[in-house]
Design a protein around this ligand. Structure first.
Ligand SMILES: *Cc1c(COP(=O)(O)O)cnc(C)c1O
Length: 392
């Protein structure tokens, strides 16, 4: 059945891609060993550092974010190495499981699906590690399954307070280019990222930003690796090339997306996401529904996760919204499956897109018989109009 207008993709990644970025990918494929390719390679590589707020090398893989998770671990660690994680949600748990599968020994020092990492739990565990057996602390910046963001600066401070030399590795797959991430200033050794969230690209690229200490560790790291190896990649990147066929057309898109982000300015990009998030939270509050993130200082600028009233299926509600209004909302994952739905407000989303998305939710509640109060859209509109720049 033909549906008029645009589908509303309001899941927290993949996010809507700007038309200009899509158009940039629609080009004939070029020879990836040609001088023309090297220009593209050098162009994207030079623009990535500013977005990660680092002077470190940024490696680009043709893979989903999961590949970059694996790359971060296998380039820096050896079989049997201990790492610590904190379960902020489904993605933190999956990264830990991946670590175990490749022969590492992850230990979860705490769990909170309704807020960010507790830095004290990290500090306490590191202090007890007198033998310095723990080689890395792995945390998720923006936990996309719950809608909470960890204050990374505090994790760094906890590690420093314990005077522990472990590497700090951060999954910012959904945080990068939406939530502030200062790799160098916050002493992060590896940042893992993906193309399909804040970078506003289709799925298919992933990233490792590799700090000096991580690069040093990679020289002796013993986990077997070939495809993911940083050494060869960083070596060839110096001249703009890649050791194997890169995702050329996605790199055209990346170049265009980075131009847009840098032209807008990161401060403005973060402020824009924060404003969308606040408007969304106003709506949730007005509906009389609960935000899964129960800790205001950890509210995510990327997405908002809404708890369904007891006895009501979030998946049935999402299905109603999809059928009636052609909008995709994010599902609840693992422990919160069918209990929550997620509203993505990242990437190429403006005020009216958001208001439309919230209207779709509010109409969906009525259709699906979900107990709620009216006025959510109104509350969001009030916030958006009150905070609109007069000259914008
Ligand atoms: C999307 C996401 C992942 C998984 O990335 P894939 O591209 O699906 O492999 C991991 N962590 C976080 C925080 C994410 O948002």
């Amino acid at each position: 059945m033909r549906r008029p207008g645009r589908h509303f993709l309001q899941i927290p990644g993949p996010s809507p891609v700007p038309d200009a970025v899509l158009a940039a990918t629609a080009r004939q494929v070029i020879d990836h060993r040609s001088p023309e390719f090297a220009e593209l390679g050098l162009s994207v590589l030079s623009k990535l550092g500013p977005v990660f707020q680092t002077t470190a090398d940024v490696v680009i893989y043709p893979s989903s974010g999961t590949g970059a998770w694996e790359a971060a671990l296998c380039n820096t660690l050896s079989p049997g190495d201990r790492i610590i994680t904190y379960e902020t949600g489904h993605f933190a748990a999956l990264w830990s499981r991946l670590a175990e599968r490749i022969g590492l020994r992850p230990e979860t020092v705490g769990e909170n699906w309704r807020g960010g990492v507790d830095p004290q739990a990290i500090e306490d565990r590191l202090r007890r590690d007198a033998a310095r057996e723990i080689k890395a602390v792995c945390v998720v910046h923006n936990e996309t399954s719950t809608g909470s963001t960890t204050v990374l600066r505090e994790v760094r401070e906890a590690m420093d307070a314990a005077r522990h030399p472990a590497l700090l590795m951060v999954d910012s797959i959904s945080g990068l280019a939406s939530a502030d991430l200062r790799m160098d200033e916050w002493g992060i050794d590896v940042v893992v990222a993906g193309s399909q969230k804040g970078l506003m690209l289709p799925p298919g690229l992933s990233f490792n930003a590799v700090g000096q200490r991580a690069l040093e560790a990679s020289k002796t790291a013993g986990v077997a690796r070939s495809y993911w190896d940083w050494g060869e990649m960083i070596g060839m990147n110096r001249s703009g090339y890649f050791p194997y066929t890169p995702a050329t057309n996605l790199l055209y898109g990346l170049d265009a997306a980075l131009d847009r982000l840098l032209a807008e300015g990161l401060e403005q990009v973060f402020a824009r996401h924060e404003r969308m998030a606040r408007a969304t939270r106003r709506a949730v509050q007005a509906w009389g529904l609960e935000n899964l993130c129960a800790s205001p200082r950890h509210f995510s600028p990327v997405l908002t996760t809404v708890l369904m009233p007891e006895g009501h299926s979030a998946d049935a509600f999402r299905r109603t919204v999809l059928d009636a209004f052609d909008m995709s909302l994010g599902s609840g994952l693992s422990k919160v499956a069918d209990r929550v739905f997620r509203i993505g407000h990242l990437g190429d989303v403006n005020e009216l897109t958001l208001v439309g998305a919230l209207a779709g939710c509010e109409m969906g509640f009525a259709l699906a018989g979900i107990p709620h109060q009216k006025g959510g859209v109104e509350a969001a509109m009030r916030h958006l109009s009150e905070t609109a720049a007069a000259d914008a």
